[in-house]
Design a protein around this ligand. Structure first.
Ligand code: NAD
Length: 486
C-alpha cells in the first residue's frame, strides 16, 4: 500500500455521488461506518433520503440518452481505462475493503482483481452486442432482432463483496448503454463511493453512475422502483429481501435481475482425490472467511472417506491465522458484525445439541472484535438448522452418505439453487451428477466457480438472470424485433 490508512481514508469520498457531484443528503443525515475488527468508527457517510434518491434517478435519466448514443467503441475504451485504473489502485482498494468489510487482505486483493475484470470483460463485450437476422419460416419477410439498452437501472448490492458485486452490475450496464443508481450496503459504502470517482476519472460522464449510500434502504429503493423513469432493478443480497423487492418491482412490471442466497452442497464421492477435495473444500468454504453466497454450506462425504476428510479439513481450518483483515499475516478476518457472530454460533450450538461432533473450533476466540473460530462439525444430523440456512461464516458441517442417489436427493432438498460442488476422479460420473444437481452453477473438482467470463446465477429461490459472460450484458438490454419486408 502506498498510502497510510489515514491517508487512504482521507482520500475516500463520504458524500452521496449524484450527477457527478459529491453532495450531502437533503436532510443532512449521516451514518457511521465501522471497522469490524475493533468496532472503531472509520468514517461518517451521508445517509441518502427519498429526496436524494429521486435526484439520483433524475441525474441518471438526464444522462441516459447521450450515454446510450455513444459509440460502443467509446464505452469499451472507458471501461478499459476503468479496469486499468482499478488495477493500478488495487492495493488501496484492497485495504479499503479490508477496513470496512473485515476480510483478510489476500481475499480483498482477490476481490479487487475479480472486480476490475468485470470492467475489462464488459469493455470487450460492448463492441460485440450483435443482433440477428433470419428469414421468416413463411419466406415472406425477415426477422431482425436488435438489443437496446434497457434504460435507467437501480442497482442494490450487499456488503460481502463491496467492489465485485458493484462492478458485476456496473460493467454490463455501462457496456449496454444504461445509466445507473447504485445503492451499496450500509456496512460497506466507501468502496462504492471510491469506485464512482475511479469511473469518472476514466471518462464516465456525470450522471451515468450515481452512488447513494442509505440506511433507510426500504424507503429509498421503493421510491426509485416506483419512479416511472426507472426501467430495471438488479439486486444482489438475501433471498428474504429479494422477495420483498420482487413484490415492489411488480407494481411497475420492472425488468429484474436477482442474485440471491445460496446453500451450496459439496459432494465428495467415494472415488474422489482426497487431497484435491480438501483443497477445494478450503477454497469453497473459506474464501472470504465463509461470507460468500457461493460458500460450501453442507458437506456430503462418502462414509468410506468421511473420517479422513473431516480430520484433514479440521487440521487445515485450525491452522488459519485469525486477525484484523488489514494485517498481512491474517488468513481469516472478523465477520461483518456482532449479529453475524451470534447467528453463526447459534447454528453451531443447535447442531451440537442435536448430536454433531466438533472436530475443531465451535467457539468465539478470546479477543475483541467480531471473530469466530474456523469450525468443522462431523456427523451433523439431517434436522440441524445449519443444513437449511446460509451459515455465512467459517463453519463446515459434514454429513456422511452411502448411496450417491441419496446424496443427490439431500443436496437438492433446499429452496436454494445457486451452486454445488462435486469431487470424483470419474469425469463422466461427475458430469452425470452435475446434470442432476438443481443449481445454476457446479464446481466439478473445483472449489471456485466465479469468473467474469461465465454466467453466474442461481435457480429456484437463489435468483433470476445471470451476471458475467455474454448473458450478463444481455440482462441490461431489451430485445427489439423488427419484421422487415424488402
Ligand atoms: P441483504 O439482503 O440484507 O442486503 C442486500 C442489500 O439490500 C443491501 O444494500 C441492503 O441495504 C439492501 N436492503 C436491505 N433491506 C432492504 C429493503 N427492504 N429494501 C431495499 N433494500 C434493502 O443482504 P446482505 O446481508 O447485505 O448480503 C448477504 C446476502 O447476499 C446473502 O444472502 C448472500 O448469499 C447474498 N449474496 C448473493 C450473491 C449472489 O450472487 N447470488 C452474491 C453475494 C451475496
Amino acid at each position: 500500500m502506498t498510502a497510510t490508512i489515514a491517508e487512504l481514508l482521507g482520500g475516500v469520498p463520504t458524500e452521496l455521488h449524484i450527477g457527478g457531484k459529491d453532495v450531502p443528503s437533503a436532510d443532512g443525515a449521516r451514518f457511521d461506518v465501522v471497522d469490524p475488527a475493533n468496532g472503531e468508527v472509520i468514517a461518517s457517510v451521508a445517509d441518502g433520503s427519498v429526496v436524494d434518491a429521486l435526484a439520483a434517478v433524475d441525474a441518471a435519466a438526464v444522462a441516459a440518452a447521450d450515454w446510450a448514443a455513444t459509440a460502443p467503441r467509446h464505452r469499451a475504451e472507458v471501461l478499459r481505462v476503468a479496469f486499468e485504473a482499478m488495477t493500478d489502485e488495487a492495493d488501496d482498494y484492497a485495504h479499503l475493503i479490508s477496513l470496512e468489510n473485515g476480510k483478510a487482505l489476500a481475499d480483498a486483493r482477490g476481490e479487487v482483481a475479480y472486480a476490475a475484470e468485470f470492467f475489462r470483460w464488459y469493455g470487450e463485450e460492448a463492441v460485440r452486442l450483435a443482433g440477428s437476422l433470419a428469414v421468416a419460416p413463411s419466406g415472406t419477410n425477415r426477422i431482425m432482432v436488435m438489443h437496446q439498452p434497457v434504460g435507467v437501472c437501480v442497482l442494490v448490492t450487499p456488503w460481502n463483496f463491496p467492489a465485485a458485486m458493484a462492478t458485476r452490475k456496473i460493467g454490463p450496464a455501462l457496456a449496454a448503454g444504461c445509466t445507473v443508481v447504485l445503492k451499496p450496503a450500509s456496512d460497506t459504502p466507501l468502496t462504492a463511493l471510491a469506485m464512482a470517482r475511479t469511473l469518472e476519472s476514466a471518462g464516465v460522464p456525470p450522471g451515468v453512475v450515481n452512488v447513494l449510500p442509505a440506511r433507510r434502504s426500504g424507503a429509498v429503493v421503493s421510491a426509485m422502483l416506483h419512479d416511472p423513469r426507472v426501467r430495471k432493478l438488479s439486486f444482489t443480497g438475501s433471498t428474504e429481501v429479494g422477495r420483498v423487492l420482487l413484490r415492489e418491482a411488480a407494481d411497475r412490471v420492472l425488468n429484474t435481475s436477482m442474485e440471491l442466497g445460496g446453500n451450496a452442497p459439496f459432494l465428495v464421492l467415494a472415488d474422489a482425490d482426497l487431497d484435491e477435495a480438501v483443497e477445494g473444500a478450503m477454497v469453497a468454504k473459506m474464501r472470504n472467511g465463509g461470507e460468500a453466497c457461493t460458500a460450501a454450506n453442507r458437506f456430503y462425504v462418502h462414509a468410506s472417506i468421511a473420517d479422513d476428510f473431516g480430520r484433514r479439513l479440521a487440521d487445515r481450518m485450525a491452522g488459519l491465522t485469525l486477525g484484523p483483515g488489514t494485517d498481512p499475516q491474517t488468513r481469516i478476518g472478523p465477520l461483518i458484525n456482532a449479529d453475524a457472530v451470534d447467528k453463526v454460533d447459534s447454528l453451531v450450538r443447535d447442531a451440537i445439541d442435536r448430536g454433531a461432533h466438533c472436530l475443531t473450533g465451535a467457539r468465539r476466540p478470546e479477543r475483541p472484535g467480531c471473530y469466530y473460530e474456523p469450525t468443522v462439525l462431523a456427523g451433523v444430523p439431517e434436522d440441524s438448522v445449519i443444513l437449511r440456512e446460509e451459515i455465512f461464516g467459517p463453519v463446515a458441517p459434514i454429513v456422511t452418505f452411502d448411496d450417491e442417489d441419496v446424496a443427490i436427493e439431500l443436496a437438492n432438498a433446499t429452496e436454494f439453487g445457486l451452486v454445488a460442488y462435486v469431487y470424483t476422479r470419474d469425469l463422466a460420473r461427475g458430469l452425470r451428477v452435475s446434470e442432476r444437481l438443481e443449481s445454476g452453477m457446479v464446481g466439478l473438482n473445483r472449489g471456485v466457480v466465479s469468473d467474469p467470463a461465465a454466467p453466474f446465477g442461481g435457480v429456484k429461490q437463489s435468483g433470476i438472470g445471470r451476471e458475467g459472460g455474454h448473458e450478463g450484458v444481455l440482462d441490461y438490454t431489451e430485445s427489439k424485433y423488427v419484421a422487415v419486408q424488402w
